[in-house]
Design a protein around this ligand. Structure first.
Ligand SMILES: C[S@@+](CC[C@H](N)C(=O)[O-])C[C@H]1O[C@@H](n2cnc3c(N)ncnc32)[C@H](O)[C@@H]1O
Length: 234
């Protein structure tokens, strides 16, 4: 059987123009293997109810990193996939049929009213200028979604579990003994400013989401926000 054709990355910005941190990227890559990520993403997509979605749905994952969320979607049978990220080196790690875009998700260069599904899995908490950048990103998602489309969100959230997890992984002995804890601690250190900023403004985040989406589900547990929304169209 022939391997699927891999479309070339569409570069809307010059590589390296706006990012990236090689130390953070190295920790991100060793935090989980691609196989572990794909298993995690499939379980998450099932919890969101993706099993019941039309496999021809046009789906874009924003802040897609090295694209294992797209691989998970492909393994579930979805065939109209796109991904957006600012890191050329992470996008280059993806192998598959999805159309990738090198672009800033604060200013999404994608077609309006065109997508059935937009998903983000841990990207919004990287935004430096809050809440302006969040407003820009969510306005873009609202614009590119069809009126019948849906936005799925997973982001970190300050819950008792998250506070406990950081208290444990920040201890040097745990970092030495547990490689995954060390990778998490390095990522957290490198993104500390945006991460803490994100965790520290839950009300502002919710208000910003409410401006752009009718929120159908908003749950916070085990250190994560899981949200589903429909775009507010005029
Ligand atoms: C924590 S990673 C998540 C990657 C992927 N969703 C996953 O779960 O494996 C965050 C990603 O956001 C990307 N990123 C950060 N700021 C961005 C921006 N303004 N526009 C596009 N991508 C951005 C980074 O390059 C990184 O790949």
């Amino acid at each position: 059987m022939n391997a699927p054709v891999q479309p070339p990355i569409i570069r809307h910005v010059a590589a390296g123009q706006l990012c990236c941190d090689p130390v953070w990227e190295a920790a991100y890559k060793r935090f989980e293997t691609p196989e572990q990520e794909i298993t995690k993403f499939i379980a998450r997509l099932r919890r969101f109810g993706f099993e019941s979605l039309d496999r021809n749905s046009r789906i874009v994952e924003i802040f897609c990193g090295r694209g294992n969320g797209l691989v998970a979607l492909e393994q579930m049978g979805f065939n109209n996939l796109e991904g957006v990220d600012l890191s050329d080196s992470l996008l280059e790690e993806y192998h598959g049929p999805a159309q990738l875009h090198l672009a800033d998700c604060v200013d999404l260069p994608l077609e309006s009213d065109a997508y059935d599904v937009v998903i983000v899995q841990g990207g919004l908490h990287h935004l430096p200028d809050m809440p302006t950048d969040l407003d820009g990103s969510l306005a873009g998602v609202r614009r590119i979604l069809k009126p019948t489309g849906t936005f799925y969100v997973i982001e970190p959230w300050r819950t008792p579990f998250l506070v406990f997890a950081h208290a444990v992984t920040d201890r040097s002995i745990v970092r030495k003994l547990y490689a995954k804890g060390d990778a998490l601690a390095v990522m957290t250190e490198r993104e500390r400013v945006t991460y803490d900023q994100w965790l520290g403004m839950p009300e502002v985040i919710r208000e910003t989401f409410d401006r752009h989406f009718d929120i159908r589900s908003w749950t916070t547990s085990w250190g994560k926000l899981a949200a589903i929304g429909s775009p507010r169209k005029p």
